[in-house]
Design a protein around this ligand. Structure first.
Ligand code: IPD
Ligand code: CA
Ligand code: CA
Length: 267
């Protein structure tokens, strides 16, 4: 193993441990969510609570204890530049809307980016006791079972995840869904884009498309899908653009071109 591989393997192990611990912490908040004060951010659909903030603080502090020179980007507290070449990219709770409304489709998403590329992706889903984990060159697993995409799954015989938020007009989302259905596909949205990307890596969804997401929503999912044998559309992993929103597309290779066509048609 090269020094690079060793540095990556050690961080991958930590990412799995931290995602599991952070998930347990978030689950404790979920089980007493009636006591949480729910605040809104950009609009009434964009919600947050102390659970999101405290889970991110936990992750940030644990990473800093062991890898003080790594960078860190989280949804709630923003970006802290590092010097090691590794940046942790964390969404403490993806799917906060399902979380506060008592639905199980939320997760903790932990990624590590190196040289602009997501090299670790770990997504923990406490309500279903599932840990999706991948690292560059190490493959992708779900609860330690190897994930490998099946090329016989297509837009027509499987489901596609579509995401939306208030950065994108309702009309545009409507056209995207119409384009997908005109190609013989069908759509699902469960309120957590990170989780739907993990579902792509496990073959539960054949692809995922959302016109505007942030790095913390998608970096872990990108690593999972790539390591399971899928394809992802490039998303900036460094520089000022890394901190902005961009379209997200990740899928089984069988339908990548068709989903790319939907993206281009509705850009
Ligand atoms: C959101 C979820 C949602 C997606 C949004 C994200 P949050 O993240 O992933 O499914 O459609 O674009 O912002 O607010 O639950 O962390
Ligand atoms: Ca998110
Ligand atoms: Ca979040």
């Amino acid at each position: 193993m090269t020094a690079n591989d060793t540095a990556l393997a050690a961080r991958f192990a930590l990412a799995k441990t931290l995602a599991a611990e952070a998930g347990a912490m978030a689950l404790d908040y979920f089980n007493r969510r009636d006591t949480l004060v729910i605040e809104t951010k950009r609009d009434l659909q964009d919600v947050v609570s102390i659970a999101d903030r405290n889970v991110e603080i936990f992750l940030k502090e644990r990473v800093a204890e062991l890898y003080a020179s790594d960078g860190f980007l989280g949804e709630e507290f923003g970006h802290q530049e590092g010097s090691s070449g590794f940046t942790w990219v964390v969404d403490p709770i993806d799917g906060t809307a399902p979380f506060v409304n008592g639905m199980p489709t939320w997760c903790v998403s932990v990624a590590i980016v190196r040289d602009g590329e997501p090299v670790v992706g770990v997504i923990h889903v406490p309500c279903s006791n599932e840990l999706f984990a991948a690292a560059k060159g190490f493959g992708a697993t779900l609860n330690d079972r190897t994930l490998r995409l099946d090329p016989s799954r297509t837009l027509k015989n499987a489901m596609t995840g579509i995401g939306s938020n208030s950065y994108v007009t309702p009309d545009r989302i409507g056209k995207i869904i119409a384009s997908l259905m005109n190609k013989g596909g069908n759509f699902i949205r469960n309120g957590s884009g990170a989780l739907m990307l993990a579902y792509v890596s496990a073959g539960r969804l054949v692809g995922y498309y959302e016109p505007y997401m942030r790095a913390w929503d998608c970096m872990a999912g990108f690593c999972l899908v790539t390591e399971a044998g899928g394809v992802t559309m490039p998303f900036p992993g460094s520089g000022p653009e890394f901190l902005e929103g961009h379209p997200v597309l990740a899928s089984n290779a069988s339908c990548y071109e068709e989903l790319l066509d939907i993206h281009v048609q509705n850009a």
